[in-house]
Design a protein around this ligand. Structure first.
Ligand code: CDT
Length: 334
């Protein structure tokens, strides 16, 4: 077996007024709980260090900038470094989302993968599918999602990467996945809304992905944003939002024969904006094997065997034998 102990670190609400130090200290507490379970990899949510600020119209550049970080300094800045230091100390790889500001002033909704053994970021992903609008809705009670205002669409593609140092060499030799080389895990990151789009999953699937990592902030009730067949109460809408979250994680894991780990920022942020929970771990057969019980800080943990990806990759979804690309042209035409 190629066994991996993995966890999603769900975060409860973070507010506009929350202090970074407090958030990072909560994240470190979660990391320590995961460590006690033996976790080798912990996934944190989208924009994990702050409230989900794109719901607000922020006109002050200074305030807006306070929600952004640079990839160059995320592991060394005083208010984020302690998380990466702790990961290194505990020997746990982490993947974490944050709003990224580049040196030329562009904004991206980004997540990085930090290797504990290497002590550095080894992969970066920028969210491709940015939901919502550029301008706020006229309805003052609407929940806005101004990601198109604050972020550029991601430009790094869906690039799978190998994570070194997680699987013992002996187990790797027995892996037998010829086309995937030595047997180090093949991972891919996506962020929130991306999980609803089959195309990103398939791009990863085609690279032999074994574990998808997806952090999210998903509004439980946002009738101006969500398309629903009939009006729903906030409770019904939230139930539906959790259903659709799990539906896409389970369905796409199955169709691409991979595990998936999803981590929510959950609960009532900024006084009145409720985010769903539902962080979970799914198998290549599409089953949920671990799931959040709360909408607060919580570790969702599972021991997985990457060899379980083989059944699907070599049979039902053996792409080399069964895909029919000559029929798929419309997918990439505007
Ligand atoms: N953060 C994020 O991408 N949230 C979206 C909300 C949907 S807006 C229509 C999501 O897909 O969960």
């Amino acid at each position: 077996p190629r066994t991996l102990k993995v966890a999603a670190a769900q975060l409860g609400p973070i507010h506009l007024t929350s202090k970074r130090e407090e958030v990072v200290s909560r994240m470190i507490t979660l990391l320590r709980s995961a460590s006690k379970l033996g976790a080798q990899l912990v996934l944190f949510p989208e924009t994990a260090f702050t409230t989900f600020f794109p719901r607000h119209l922020i006109n002050s550049q200074e305030e807006l900038d306070s929600y952004f970080d640079s990839t160059d300094t995320i592991t060394s800045a005083p208010n984020t470094k302690p998380l990466f230091d702790e990961a290194k100390t505990l020997g746990i790889d982490i993947s974490v989302g944050f709003a990224e500001r580049t040196t030329d002033g562009k904004g991206y909704n980004t997540s990085v993968y930090f290797s504990a053994k290497k002590g550095e970021i080894i992969a970066k992903y920028r969210k491709v599918h940015l939901p919502g609008t550029k301008e706020p809705f006229a309805n003052p009670d609407a929940v806005n999602q101004l990601e198109k205002r604050y972020f550029e669409p991601g430009n790094l593609g869906f690039t799978a990467f190998r994570t070194p140092d997680l699987i013992p060499d002996a187990a790797k030799k027995r892996s037998g996945i010829k086309e995937h080389g030595k047997g180090d895990p093949i991972m891919g990151m996506m962020i929130c809304n991306d999980r609803r789009w089959a195309e990103g999953w398939r791009c990863y699937g085609l690279q032999g992905v074994e574990v998808i990592l997806c952090g999210y902030n998903t509004a439980g009730f946002a009738p101006d944003l969500w398309g629903t067949r009939k009006p729903m109460t906030p409770k019904e809408a939230e139930r539906d939002a959790v259903f659709h979250h799990k539906l896409v994680m389970q369905g796409n894991s199955y169709m691409n024969s991979c595990f998936s780990i999803s981590a929510a920022k959950a609960g009532m942020e900024d006084g009145k904006y409720d985010l769903i929970g539902g962080s979970c771990i799914t198998t290549p057969e599409g089953h949920v094997i671990a799931e959040a019980k709360t909408k607060d800080d919580e570790i969702i943990f599972a021991e997985i065997d990457l060899e379980d990806c083989r059944q699907g990759k070599e049979k039902t979804f053996d792409f080399d034998r069964h895909r029919r690309v000559d029929q798929y042209g419309p997918i990439t035409v505007q």
